[in-house]
Design a protein around this ligand. Structure first.
Ligand code: IMP
Length: 174
């Protein structure tokens, strides 16, 4: 599939540098917490794998998959859980790892869902943030980059399930 008209917003080199710094920040904060790292499928899988390979402290990894309503470029709501966590989180520190926070609907949904299970605390790490479109305010401690309000693809993020493996971030003109 040919790439739609695009420009590179974040280079591979900048991503590597920023993710290394985030991993260090998270290590400083969580080294004594033995957190459960929860990767939100599918988009966060590359960000999460680069992050955890730089963690130098004990942690476990789990995955959650949710489906959302909407078309290729606009989310309109969270539909249901496709795959829930395997691990209980009661009393544990959770590091929720997501690809991008846009309106905040998805993270808000996950945050509420996890809170019911009474974890010790929930911290959030997102690779990208589109501040301009935020509707739900969730405390996010670790943010990779702020991006403008256009559809972005690469480093795990897809357009119609394509381009997740691009090592950089591009903005697509719709
Ligand atoms: P939110 O629920 O509005 O915060 O949207 C978050 C979800 O929408 C992310 O987990 C992505 O799956 C998807 N999403 C939002 N913006 C983009 C984008 O620019 N590129 C790819 N996926 C996006």
């Amino acid at each position: 599939m040919e790439l739609p008209h695009h420009k590179i917003l974040i280079s591979k080199e900048k991503i590597i540098q920023r993710v290394a710094q985030l991993a260090k920040d998270i290590s400083d904060e969580m080294k004594d917490e033995n957190p459960l790292v929860v990767v939100v499928l599918k988009g966060a899988f590359i960000f999460a794998s680069d992050l955890v390979r730089r963690f130098d402290f004990p942690h476990q990894i789990d995955f959650i998959s949710i489906s959302s309503y909407g078309n290729a470029t606009k989310t309109t709501g969270v539909a249901k859980i496709l795959k829930d966590l395997d691990e209980p989180i009661k009393g544990r520190t959770v590091l929720l790892v997501e690809d991008i926070v846009d309106t905040g609907l998805t993270l808000n949904y996950l945050y509420q869902l996890f809170n019911i299970r009474k974890p010790k605390k929930i911290e959030v790490a997102v690779f990208l943030s589109k501040m301009a479109r935020r509707e739900y305010q969730i405390p996010i401690k670790f943010i990779g980059f702020e991006v403008p309000d256009n559809f972005v693809v690469g480093y795990g993020l897809d357009y119609k399930q394509q381009y997740r493996s691009l090592p950089y971030i591009i903005g697509i003109d719709e």
